[in-house]
Ligand binder design. Structure first.
Ligand SMILES: [Zn+2]
Length: 415
C-alpha cells in the first residue's frame, strides 16, 4: 500500500489537466479526459466492473461491499482531476526529495524558486518525510491529484483485502473544480451515496465541514451621456456615482484585507465603467447565512445614497446566490463528520478542524443532497510553483479512507 499512492501520483501529474475558464465545453480541456480515461482503465484493471465515464467527463465506479451486515450505508469518495488555470501545468516534472532533511529545496528549472522551512511552517513540520515538488516552472498538481492518487490507492487496498468488512463504496472523479464548475453535472442520484468525502485538503488531519455562505451583489448606476463640450446641465456621469459608492464601502473592517478566521466581508472586485452606465460587482461573504442579508441591506443603502448625490442618476441592484455554508447541511447528518473524526483517530491522527474561507465542490454537493465534508490529501501551496506534497501524508490519507469504510460498517446497526 505504501508505495502505490506515490507511484500513481507521479503518473497522474505528468498529464496536463489545466482547466480553462474561457472554454464552454465540459470538461473545459481535453487533457482532463485523458486522465479520466487512464483512471477508468486502472479501475477496470483492479476488477471494478461498473466504471462509467459519462458524456460530461465525470467518472464514477463502485467498490462492491464485503460486509455480511445488511443496511450498511453507501458512502463515496470524490476528487477533482483538473488543475488551476492560474499556473502552467504543461510538462510537469515531479521530483521526490527522499527523507527531507530540512534544508532549502532549490528547484532546478528555475533556481530562483526555493522552498524554505522559514517561509513554510507546514514544510518544517514534515522534516524526515519524502517531499514531492515540481521542477520550478509549473505547478505540481497535488491539488488535487494527491486526492485522486489517495482514492485510487485505497481502492486497490480494499480490492486486495476482501477480509476488510465495508459497505458499498462509490468513487467519483470530477472535472473543472478550479473554475467552479465541478458540481455542475454531478449526478447525485446516480452516485447513490448517503454522503461523500472530498479528498482535497492540506496537511495531515485537516477536516473541513464549514465554508462561507456567498452572494454576489450587483449595482448598476444609470447616467446620461452627451458630448462633453455641450454637457452643461444635461450629462449625468454614472462613473462618479459608482466611485462614490465604492469609496463609501467599509475599509478598515469587513474587507478581505482586514479580516480572518470567522469574519465575513464585502469585496468590490469587478467594475465595468462608462458615463452612461457603470456596473459594480461586490462579493458578500459570511459564515452565518443570515448575515448576508444584513450586508446586502448595507450595500443597497450605500448605493442608493451614492446615486442620490447625482440627481437624475438611476440605480438597479440585484443579488445572485452563489453557495451556502455546508455546515447547515452537515449539522443534520452528524454521523458524516463524526465518522471522519473516528477514522482519523483510528489512523493515529488528531483531526484539525478548520472553516474554509471560500467554497468547495462539497459546499454545492451538500446542498444538492450529498453531504460532503473535505479531508486532507497532503496538498500545500496550491496553484503555485512551490506546491508540494508529503508522501507520508498521502499514505495517511489512504489509511483514513480505508478506516472510514470500516467505521461506517462497524457503526451500522445490525438489521
Ligand atoms: Zn482542489
Amino acid at each position: 500500500m505504501n508505495s502505490s499512492a506515490l507511484e500513481r501520483f507521479l503518473r497522474y501529474v505528468t498529464i496536463d489537466t489545466r482547466a480553462d475558464e474561457s472554454s464552454a465545453s465540459t470538461p473545459s480541456t481535453p487533457g482532463q479526459l485523458d486522465l479520466m480515461r487512464l483512471l477508468a482503465a486502472e479501475l477496470r484493471a483492479l476488477g471494478l466492473d461498473d466504471v462509467v465515464l459519462d458524456e460530461h467527463g465525470y467518472l464514477m465506479a463502485t467498490v462492491a461491499a464485503t460486509t455480511s451486515k445488511e443496511g450498511v450505508p453507501v458512502i463515496g469518495f470524490i476528487a477533482h482531476v483538473d488543475t488551476s488555470p492560474e499556473m502552467s501545468g504543461t510538462n510537469v516534472r515531479p521530483i521526490v526529495h527522499r527523507r527531507y532533511a530540512g534544508g532549502d529545496i532549490v528547484l532546478p528549472d528555475d533556481p530562483s524558486t526555493v522552498l524554505r522551512t522559514v517561509d513554510d511552517p507546514a514544510l518544517a513540520a514534515r522534516i524526515g518525510d519524502d517531499i514531492v515538488t515540481a521542477s520550478g516552472t509549473t505547478l505540481l498538481g497535488a491539488d488535487d491529484k494527491a486526492g485522486v492518487a489517495a482514492i485510487m490507492a485505497a481502492v486497490e487496498h480494499l480490492v486486495k483485502r476482501p477480509d476488510i468488512a465495508h459497505g458499498t463504496v462509490r468513487i467519483g472523479f470530477t472535472p473543472d473544480e478550479e473554475i467552479g464548475r465541478g458540481a455542475n453535472h454531478f449526478d447525485v442520484e446516480r452516485f447513490g451515496a448517503v454522503c461523500a468525502y472530498t479528498l482535497d485538503g492540506g496537511g495531515r488531519g485537516e477536516l473541513e465541514f464549514e465554508s462561507f455562505s456567498a452572494d454576489l451583489f450587483t449595482a448598476v448606476f444609470k447616467g446620461f451621456n452627451t458630448h462633453p463640450g455641450y454637457a452643461k446641465g444635461r450629462m449625468i456621469n454614472a462613473i462618479r456615482a459608482a466611485a462614490d459608492f465604492v469609496s463609501s464601502l467599509p475599509r478598515t473592517e469587513m474587507t478581505p484585507e482586514t479580516t480572518e478566521d470567522r469574519e465575513g466581508f464585502v469585496h468590490p472586485y469587478d467594475l465595468d465603467a462608462g458615463v452612461d452606465e457603470t456596473r459594480v460587482n461586490v462579493l458578500i461573504r459570511d459564515f452565518v447565512t443570515g448575515e448576508l442579508g444584513t450586508k446586502r441591506a448595507m450595500l443597497e443603502h450605500l448605493a442608493r445614497e451614492a446615486a442620490a448625490r447625482h440627481p437624475g442618476c438611476g440605480l438597479e441592484t440585484s443579488v445572485t446566490e452563489q453557495y451556502r455554508n455546508m455546515r447547515e447541511v452537515l449539522e443534520q447528518h452528524p454521523r458524516v463528520v463524526e465518522h471522519a473524526r473516528e477514522a482519523m483517530r483510528r489512523a493515529g491522527i488528531e483531526p484539525v478542524e478548520r472553516a474554509i474561507r471560500g467554497g468547495t465542490d462539497g459546499s454545492r454537493l451538500s446542498f444538492m443532497g450529498l453531504p460532503t465534508p473535505n479531508i486532507f490529501a497532503g496538498e500545500h501551496n496550491f496553484h503555485s510553483r512551490v506546491e508540494w506534497v508529503s508522501v507520508q501524508d498521502m499514505d495517511k490519507a489512504v489509511e483514513v479512507i480505508v478506516q472510514l469504510c470500516r467505521t461506517w460498517e462497524n457503526q451500522a446497526a445490525e438489521i
